[in-house]
Design a protein around this ligand. Structure first.
Ligand code: AMP
Length: 202
């Protein structure tokens, strides 16, 4: 296992990849291990849906179809969340940004505080494995968008059409890295840690 030591500056890390690639599972582990704040826009939307808030009801219209929630709603929610984050060593973004507009907004928000995205790690998993994993997760997740194969395939399509290009956006700054998303949870975690360790100061 890797010894990361202490972090003395704030890091901003995007955990990227298609739905079902393991972002959520790995983000929770990484946040704990590196003492970072985990922000999942999917979780934020599901919380709003549970609360039956106006934002939640609006988001549900899109989530239920496997489509992205419109940028202005998502970016507004993320901004509000960032303002409420207490002192932290850094942030892991899980499921955000999912469009170029979201990436550019995030870059501008961070630039206002002289900060930037340090690294995007993209979990690479073949489509058929994703469908299998999400259907399996659907047995216990209770998520309606995990239980219908056609919605799952729409989500994969949306990822290819609208989200994958975010990898290229950060590749342009030499910040994007593909990571093999197959194998045990621990193996994948170690692959991710190996990339994050150099960002962390002893
Ligand atoms: P997730 O939990 O990340 O798989 O997200 C579940 C659903 O929430 C997605 O299929 C979208 O409908 C919505 N969602 C989550 N994050 C975003 C985002 N950054 N932009 C737009 N929609 C999002």
């Amino acid at each position: 296992m890797y010894l990361c030591g202490l972090i003395f500056f704030m890091i901003h890390l995007i955990l990227f990849g298609p739905p079902g690639s393991g972002k959520g599972t790995q983000a929770v582990k990484l946040a704990e291990y590196f003492n970072l704040t985990h922000i999942s826009t999917g979780d934020l939307f599901r919380y709003e849906i549970e609360q039956k808030s106006e934002l939640g009801l609006k988001a549900l219209e899109f989530m239920g179809q496997g489509q992205l929630v419109p940028d202005e709603i998502t970016i507004g929610m993320l901004k509000k969340k960032l303002l409420s984050v207490p002192d932290t060593h850094g942030i892991i973004y899980d499921g955000f940004p999912r469009t170029i507009a979201q990436a550019k907004s995030l870059d501008s928000m961070l630039a206002e505080d002289d900060q930037q995205i340090d690294l995007l790690l993209s979990l690479e998993v073949p489509d058929e494995e994703i469908v299998k994993r999400i259907l399996n997760r659907g047995k216990s997740s209770g998520r309606p968008d995990d239980n219908d194969e056609s919605i799952i395939r729409t989500r994969i399509q949306v990822y290819s059409n609208e989200t994958a290009v975010v990898f290229e956006h950060y590749a342009g700054y030499n910040k994007s890295k593909p990571i093999n998303g197959l194998g045990s949870i621990d193996d994948i975690f170690e692959r991710l840690c190996r990339c994050i360790d150099p960002l962390v100061v002893d």
